[in-house]
Every structure is written in C-alpha cells, then in structure tokens.
Design a binder for this molecule. Structure first.
Ligand SMILES: [Ca+2]
Ligand SMILES: [Ca+2]
Length: 268
C-alpha cells in the first residue's frame, strides 16, 4: 500500500517536472522568436539607411530634433519615411512647402550629403549638406585613416562630396573637420591641375605626403634647359631629361624662346 502511494507521488513529480520543462521551453522559444523579429526589424531599418555604419535611427532623429526644434512630429515622420523607404524623396520633397528642410533632413537621416546636390545653387547645397557632414564626418574620417593611397583620398572625397572650394568648408565644425574638408579640396585641385605647389596647403600629414608623391611638380626642370618637365612632357613633347632633344646644338628652352622647333628643323 505504501509502495503504491510512493510510486504515485514519484510519478506525479516526474510529470510535474516534465510539464515545467515544456512550459519553460515554450516560453523561451517564444521570447527568442520575438527578439529575433525585433532584431531583424532594427537591422533592416539600419541597413536601409546605412550599410556600413548601422546607426541608431532614434539617435539620429533626436539629433535632428535638437538642430530643428521647430520641426513638427509629422514633419519628422515624413522625412524619416522618405529616407528609410528609399523612395523617390526628391519628388516627395519637391511637392512640399518645406522642400529644402525636407531634402536636408533626408540627407541628414541617410547620412548622405549627395542628396543635397539637387537643390538650388552651391550656397544652398552647402547649407543643406553642413549638418549631415557634421553628423558623419568624425566617425568616417576616423575610418578613412585605416586606408592608404587612393582608397584614403576617395574615402575623404566621399565625406565632402558636394564641397567645391575651401570657402565652402568654412561653417563646418569642429576645426579639424573643417580642415579635413579644405585639405581634400586642395588635394583635388592639385591633382586635377597636376600642380604640386598646391600640396603645401594641406595640413594633414598623410594627405600631404600622398599629394607630394602623386603629383608632378610643374616647376621642376630636371635637365635645366629652360623648360619645365611639365612643359616638355605635356606641351612640347621634348625629352625632359635631355637639354637639346633634337641635337642641333641649341637647347630646347632656347629654341622655344626664339620660336624654333625643339624637335627638328624650322619654326614652331
Ligand atoms: Ca627641362
Ligand atoms: Ca635643339
């Protein structure tokens, strides 16, 4: 009799333990499913906005609110939707009375100043881009420092995409970001004009070095014949390392100066 009672108690305990374990597994599974769903949603939102930086949308919106306390929540909601859905925000913003605020906010949320490229003149574009660049510059500038050569210069160029001349950078803060903006513009100008002289304006050591290594010196004159290497290679097609390319006894520089052809007989 006692044995039977004990058996029933033990059996009851086992059933109870099994039931508890089942309930526990079910609750845990449900929780992890919910968490996964939330995670997926957050990742999806972040990925749509910025693949590389996974920024927090709530923080971005809070920053935008701090800059523009006058924005209503329906404005913010609209800008966020336009930015996240990657829809045709240029058309969406165009129809609104707050067109420039809309474009600027979409740029800000997306962290993409090129969005500003479509509005007005250069001054308006810069006004639109400044807050976005200030939001992203420090983080991205830091990331750029890990790359070398053209990867490094392209990385910097992408941050200050819509800035065309050093004056465009003048409202950027803090000072080092403003300087980085100016530096990459000096680099671009030096590179396009192949004018090494302009490299001296670049404060950043790494960029200064790349500039000096990559860009030919327009005033350099290896053979000292009165024509710079740049003039010889780009204009007269003479040998920058040979004083008298055509070997007629007159230097390339003298021939050009007097209107003679440095590559053979006759006048230029
Ligand atoms: Ca020369
Ligand atoms: Ca000659």
């Amino acid at each position: 009799m006692l044995n039977k009672k004990r058996k029933i108690i033990i059996l009851g305990c086992i059933v109870l333990i099994l039931l508890s374990a089942l309930v526990f597994v079910l609750i845990f599974k449900k929780d992890s499913l919910v968490n996964n769903e939330n995670e997926k949603l957050v990742n999806k939102k972040n990925l749509t906005i910025e693949d590389d930086y996974n920024e927090d949308i709530d923080e971005i919106l809070q920053e935008l609110k701090n800059i523009h306390p006058e924005f209503t929540s329906s404005q913010l909601e609209f800008y966020l939707e336009a930015a996240i859905n990657n829809t045709n925000y240029s058309n969406l913003c165009k129809r609104r009375s707050d067109h420039s605020d809309c474009v600027s906010s979409v740029a800000f949320i997306k962290g993409d100043s090129s969005v500003c490229g479509e509005i007005g003149d250069q001054k308006m574009i810069i006004e639109c881009a400044d807050p976005t660049v200030q939001r992203i510059a420090a983080k991205r500038n830091e990331k750029c420092q890990f790359s070398e050569g053209s990867d490094f210069t392209n990385c910097l160029k992408n941050i200050f995409l819509v800035y065309r001349n050093p004056d465009d950078c003048s409202n950027l803060k803090p000072e080092n970001i403003q300087q980085a903006c100016k530096d990459i513009i000096y680099y671009e100008t030096a590179f396009i004009g192949q004018n090494r002289e302009l490299c001296k304006n670049i404060i950043d050591e790494k960029l200064n070095q790349i500039c000096n290594n990559n860009i030919t010196d327009k005033s350099q004159n290896a053979d000292n014949d009165g024509l710079s290497d740049y003039e010889e290679t780009s204009i007269y097609k003479t040998d920058p390392n040979k004083t008298d390319t055509d070997g007629d006894g007159y230097s390339d520089g003298d021939e050009v100066k007097n209107g003679y052809n440095p590559l053979g007989e006759g006048k230029l």
